[in-house]
Design a protein around this ligand. Structure first.
Ligand code: 5GP
Length: 212
């Protein structure tokens, strides 16, 4: 029987919306066996982050080499650093029937849409712009002008929502996790994804009937 190809799931959304938190909760849950696509980045690791688990922390030179070798499905520059999605493991996992989960910013997601339109694109949206602003302010890391700039950027990123398949409002992490998992489960049940398996079973049944 042919192996069902895994799903490529892309969770994306504006800066500050809580993509990382939702993704971490999905993987902590462990109920579903998604393979997390570990990105490469040129940014410094933060305390507690593990190389090869959270990111592959690489030099700018190494990153440039990945680009030249066409080893990245997409990449983007974000706040002065490069972030990119290594393609090889994704291909291997999809072929092996594993669902692969990407958590990336909006520009990168749009590039993935061009190259792998069969992916499932989920846009994580803030409950409101006021709430987004208080989340960004709450980080306590940005100056007022930087916050303004981020809000302007968020406005443009939210406009990109139309290029996605689903929108999940991140009101609480728990709700968002539930909705993301429900989307993925439903996607597995689409007729085009199950029809080959069921037809093969029917063929098999009648073949055996004929031999009896
Ligand atoms: P952080 O530095 O906070 O870990 O991530 C910054 C932003 O980069 C987040 O919005 C995150 O989703 C995004 N990001 C992480 N990995 C990738 C990637 O491989 N490609 C792109 N385009 N964005 C990424």
């Amino acid at each position: 029987m042919t192996q069902q190809r895994g799903l490529l799931i892309i969770l994306s959304g504006p800066s500050g919306v809580g993509k990382g938190t939702v993704r971490a909760a999905i993987f902590k849950d462990n109920k579903f066996n998604y393979v997390y696509s570990v990105s490469a980045t040129t940014r410094q690791s933060r305390p507690g982050e593990v190389d090869g688990v959270d990111y592959y922390f690489v030099s700018k030179e190494q990153f440039k080499q990945y680009i030249e070798e066409d080893a990245l499905l997409e990449y983007a520059e974000y706040v002065g650093n490069y972030y990119g999605t290594p393609i090889q493991k994704i291909e291997e996992n999809l072929a092996a029937g594993n669902d692969v989960f990407l958590e990336i910013e909006v520009q990168g997601a749009l590039k993935v849409r061009e190259r792998m339109p069969e992916g499932i694109f989920i846009f994580l949206a803030p409950p409101s712009l006021d709430e987004l602003k208080s989340r960004i302010t709450g980080r306590g890391t940005d100056r007022e002008d930087v916050i303004l700039e981020r809000m302007q950027m968020a406005k443009e990123e939210i406009e990109m929502m139309q290029h996605y398949d689903y929108v999940v409002v991140n009101d609480t992490v728990e709700h968002a996790v539930e909705k993301v998992n429900a989307i993925i489960q439903s996607e597995h049940l689409r007729v085009e994804r199950v029809v080959d398996r069921i037809r093969a079973d029917i063929k098999n049944y009648f073949q055996q009937e004929g031999e009896r």
